[in-house]
Ligand binder design. Structure first.
Ligand SMILES: Nc1nc2c(ncn2[C@@H]2O[C@H](COP(=O)(O)OP(=O)(O)OP(=O)(O)O)[C@@H](O)[C@H]2O)c(=O)[nH]1
Ligand SMILES: [Mg+2]
Ligand SMILES: [Zn+2]
Length: 300
């Protein structure tokens, strides 16, 4: 193919990044289809959910020229760097299940990140068909429910409809540890997601069963779902003590109410938060999780 032909035909197309893998991005350009794109510069600065302008360089191939400003960024952070998971989302749904066992600290961390990053947060408790372990899981989720988080219970394998009303008009990131059922939920909600996943896995890397990269599925102009790889860790190295305090909604309401301005809600006299906990207004498990997560911030 001559270069003249290419440059004549090249033009910028608006699209949305639906999958990101290293320096490779898959951009959904609507009627122009999916375009496998690379960024113009050296860095892989884009993420799933970015609205971009792509210049076609060949059939199904292109270069990302620019991106629109982001409305939100959802990321985790180690001491060394922040890792973007998805951008322009409006909600995070943390998925937990009857089995395998989950970490409630992981859930607290994801909810905290969502609070700090301006996203709405909710919980999904999956595998309701496994009666005994589900009852135990429900007990472990209760502290979050008491803190005000909405919990939707379902058995994704059988019926995902209970979740649908909570997704309409939102761009929801399904986050959670591996095996909780995120992909199962998406496959049931999104027509054609199953085959799209296979196609994209083929494009991006392997045919692995477990989700390896974030992937965005659009349901309509306002509604989308982001499937995330299962994570074991959710670093919050960017947060200071006061950020963490603010990120627990039931603690936020009491900020400034303690006798000492610099109260760490540990052993100080006149602590409004420990008092609220003693009276049952704050769940002791939530306070324990707060102390655990905040102790990391104190070390920095
Ligand atoms: N019993 C039962 N099993 C389920 C249900 N939903 C999902 N599973 C099973 O749980 C396993 C894990 O489901 P996935 O959807 O792959 O989990 P995931 O959260 O996407 O996992 P990663 O991609 O590794 O993060 C699969 O074998 C599913 O069939 C459910 O409602 N009940
Ligand atoms: Mg998955
Ligand atoms: Zn206090």
């Amino acid at each position: 193919m001559s270069s003249r032909c290419l440059s004549d035909e090249a033009f910028a197309i608006a699209g949305e990044i639906v999958a990101a893998y290293g320096r490779q991005y898959l951009v959904d350009c609507g009627e122009s289809g999916l375009i496998a794109s690379t960024p113009r510069g050296k860095k892989s600065i884009y993420a799933c959910g970015d609205r971009v302008a792509v210049r076609a360089t060949g059939p199904g191939e292109g270069v990302i020229e620019t991106a629109m400003p982001r409305k939100t960024e959802f990321f985790r952070a180690s001491a060394r760097r922040a890792k973007l998971i998805a951008v322009n989302a409006t909600q995070v749904a943390v998925v937990a299940a009857a089995e395998p066992s989950f970490s409630d600290e992981f859930i607290a961390r994801v909810l905290l990140a969502a609070e700090r990053q301006g996203l709405r947060a909710m919980l999904v408790l999956n595998k309701a068909d496994l009666a005994a372990p589900f009852a135990r899981a429900r007990e472990r989720i209760r502290p979050f429910e008491q803190a005000g988080y909405r919990v939707v219970e379902l058995a994704a394998r059988h019926d995902v409809e209970p979740l649908r009303p909570h997704l309409a008009g939102m761009v929801t990131i399904l986050a959670g540890q591996s095996g909780m059922g995120k992909t199962t939920i998406i496959n049931s909600l999104v027509p054609g997601a199953n085959s799209a996943t296979r196609e994209i896995s083929h494009f991006l890397d392997s045919g692995r069963h477990t989700t390896a990269h974030a992937r965005l599925y659009r349901l309509d102009a306002e509604t989308a779902l982001v499937d995330c790889p299962g994570l074991q860790q959710f670093g919050l190295a960017h947060l200071a003590f006061r950020d963490i305090e603010w990120g627990f909604p039931e603690l936020r309401a009491l900020i400034g109410a303690c006798r000492f301005q610099d109260c760490r809600h540990a052993t100080e006299p006149g602590c409004a938060i420990r008092e609220a906990c003693a009276h049952g207004a704050i769940h002791p498990r939530r306070l324990a999780l707060f102390h655990r997560i905040a102790s990391e911030a104190a070390k920095r």
